[in-house]
Structure formats: structure tokens, C-alpha cells
Design a protein around this ligand. Structure first.
Ligand code: 13P
Length: 251
């Protein structure tokens, strides 16, 4: 059985003071982690304060990005080794904003996945097609290509513990959610790709989130789909009330 995982991606929002206020407001109202994992992926500058504020609660804290080297002359980067030392267990990689604005390649993302696993941090691997690719009906080919490149050289055990987030770019921050059928179709394609590359057990273990304008009004319908195991949520994760509605979608 896959445990659902609802993750906020705060992007470049929230300062440490706001982050602590958020954690304080939600930490006693979360579902049990064995039923639904509640995660917030926050800017690196907030992680220390957030981690302390969330201590001894079911709120898990993740990073939004990390470099593929642990240390050295890499000005401005975040070390996966230090994230682990801070108690961080999840990190987003390959978000479309990183691919588009910071020119991250499939090869970079593959290196980041390996570096995170080497530090015992679970990657949340993002993939997803542009509107142009969707309109040309090339979304499946595109996403399968991203997945194959990102997983290159990873073991079945690693992929079993991985989280993949399918985020169609045209649905991010636009208020235009993919229909639950469109989201399910691609999440199933991703699972089938993992089955082809590895085996049935690995495919049944990997958790696949949908992301793109997820909100308290549509989360239940998305989560009811057999191949959707969670959400990666931007805007609707910034307010504590709305985040609580998302993680408590089963109530
Ligand atoms: O990019 C996203 C999460 O990673 C989705 O953002 P929104 O939920 O704001 O559409």
C-alpha cells in the first residue's frame, strides 16, 4: 500500500517568521503520517527555522532544490549532505521552473537524483509537458523521455522509494487544472514506464503526485484516482487553512 503524500512547494515565498507561524498553526491538526504524509518544501533560507518549529509533529520539511555535489567551489548552491545533516528527508528536483529559468537539463536532474539518494534524501522528481507539446499530442512521449533520462542508472530499490510529480506546465499557477482523467492517464503512463524499466513491484511502490492548480476543491477527486498518490501544491499551500484542507482531504 502506498501512503499518500501531499506536499507544498512554497517556491520563492515566505520568510522564516512566516514559516514558523505556518508550522505552529498546522502542526497539531495534521493527519497521522501513516495515513497521509504532510510535507512542506520551503526555500533553503527557511529550512532551519521551519525544521525546529515542526519538531515532534507530523509536519515534514523538504527542500526545493539541491546541487549534485556535497561541497566545493560552487557559489550559491545548496549541499545535499548539509540538508541531510539538518534533518531534511525530501527534496524537489527537476521542477519546470528550474528547467526553464535555470536551464537545468535531464542530465543535471539525473545527477541530482543520484546525489540525493547517496545522502539518504528522497527526491521528488518533477516532470511535465508544455502546452505546445500537449496541443501537438506529444505529451506522453515527452514525459516518458524525461522519466527515462532522470532514472538512468538508479536501482530498483531507489526507484521504489522515489516520489514522482507529474506537473503539466500549462496547469501550473494558471488555475487551469488538468482534468482528473488527464492527470490519471499520465500518472498511469509514468507507472507503466517504471514497470517497463524495472519490474512490477517497483512500479507498484513508486508514489506519483499530480501538481498544477491543486486546491481544496479538487484534491479529493484527484486523490480518488488509482494512480495518483498525492499532490505537489504551489499557491494553495501558502495559507495554513488551505493547506490543512488539502492534507485532511480524507475527512
Ligand atoms: O508548481 C507547482 C507545484 O510544484 C504547482 O503550482 P500551483 O499549485 O500554484 O499551480
Amino acid at each position: 500500500m502506498r501512503t499518500p503524500i501531499i506536499a507544498g512547494n512554497w517556491k520563492l515565498n515566505m520568510n522564516p517568521e512566516q514559516a514558523v507561524a505556518f508550522a505552529t498553526a498546522v502542526k497539531d491538526k495534521l493527519p497521522q503520517a501513516s495515513k497521509v504524509e504532510s510535507l512542506i518544501c520551503a526555500p533553503a533560507v527557511d529550512l532551519d527555522a521551519l525544521q525546529k518549529a515542526a519538531q515532534d509533529s507530523d509536519l515534514q520539511i523538504g527542500a526545493e532544490n539541491a546541487y549534485f555535489e556535497n561541497e566545493g567551489a560552487f557559489t550559491g548552491e545548496t549541499s545535499p549532505k548539509v540538508l541531510k545533516e539538518m534533518g531534511i528527508n525530501y527534496c524537489i528536483i527537476g521542477h519546470s521552473e528550474r528547467r526553464d529559468y535555470f536551464h537545468e537539463t535531464d542530465e543535471d536532474i539525473n545527477k541530482k537524483a543520484k546525489a540525493l539518494f547517496a545522502n539518504n534524501i528522497t527526491p521528488i522528481l518533477c516532470c511535465g509537458e508544455s502546452l505546445e507539446k500537449r496541443e501537438a499530442n506529444q505529451q506522453e512521449e515527452w514525459v516518458v523521455g524525461q522519466i527515462k533520462a532522470a532514472l538512468n542508472g538508479l536501482t530498483a530499490d531507489q526507484v521504489s522509494s522515489l516520489v514522482i510529480a507529474y506537473e503539466p506546465i500549462w496547469a501550473i499557477g494558471t488555475g487551469k487544472t488538468a482534468t482528473s482523467d488527464q492527470a490519471e492517464e499520465m500518472c498511469k503512463t509514468i507507472r507503466d514506464t517504471v514497470r517497463d524499466l524495472y519490474d512490477n513491484e517497483t512500479a507498484e511502490n513508486v508514489r506519483i503526485q499530480y501538481g498544477g492548480s491543486v486546491n481544496p476543491a479538487n484534491v479529493k477527486e484527484l486523490m480518488a484516482k488509482p494512480n495518483i498518490d498525492g499532490g505537489l501544491v504551489g499557491g494553495a499551500s501558502l495559507k495554513s487553512d488551505s493547506y490543512l484542507d488539502l492534507v485532511n482531504y480524507q475527512d
